[in-house]
Design a binder for this molecule. Sequence first.
Ligand SMILES: [Zn+2]
Length: 336
Amino acid sequence: MKQQANLKSPIKDVNERLNSVRNCFNPLYPLFSPGSRIVDHFSSRISFHSPSSSFDEDLYQHLQSLNLAFRSFQVNHNSVAVIADRGVKKSHVAIAAAHIWADNSVIKQLCVYSLNVTSIKAELMAIRTSLIPAMEIDNIHDIMVITDSITAARKNLKSKVDPLQNMFISLAAIVKTFLSKDGSNKIRFWYYPSRAEWPRHKLVDDQVKASSCAPTFPSKESHLFSKKKECNRTLCEWQMHFASSLKKGHYFLNFEDEKGIVIKPTYAKGGSWLPIIGFTNFLCACFTRMTTGHAPIGEYRQRFFPQLPTSCPCGEAEVQTQEHIIIECDRHSPSM
Ligand SMILES: [Zn+2]
């Protein structure tokens, strides 16, 4: 990738200009019309199992049920369990891997690669990679898909207008054929969190981590990946401008995160500062005045009203600065 960044050639220019985005949107495909969708016909035979809450007890309960279900799938000759996982490397190569389990052993291992895709697309890839080969096995009526992305599993089958529709089309057609073949055919999706470190899931996870694939060139990008790249570029520009600009004020306080890195502005999850303050107008006003230094303190008076006193009433500081009030002054303790 480093070499690619330094390379200047007509081939690279053509690749960037003509092949940068690949089409992945097909809103008028018949399978997405109401009445023709998978969920319209087979909703009772596709199920999703996830913990009722994120509390540890509910997660533990869910993992117990998952273990029991997995064991029953291993003794039944008409069922298979599939464990899927994915990862995206720094080189933007996405890896999706899956292990198909039957009779308490791995009967098939699968691994696919893609370049320049977003993490949600990598998750969808992992579901596809695990589900399609399982449906192709003879005399299988019940498939259990174990994934840490139940959202991607739902997305794959909900058949609604989405920029990733083209990805669902082929999978939806195969799922429809599998479920239509026999009235007892079922697909069950089970959520499994990677942090729980189940040895069988760890096998797939290790395979993803150990996989390496050099990016090919020229290569196309998905529509979502291009959007994400453009968004990251704009955000980076905004953060650089914010860091160097004097418009935020000479006394703007830079806050640091737990790793000691200065918090940068972002649009995600309500921004960098406001979600921490909450919804109290009073607190928001105090925080803004403290952060910008526009508050009736000695430092402010020194600048705009030099005839007024600048020292702190505690008697410990000649000039009552933001730093003194926040870190040193006894008049303002964190518990107040
Ligand atoms: Zn003081």
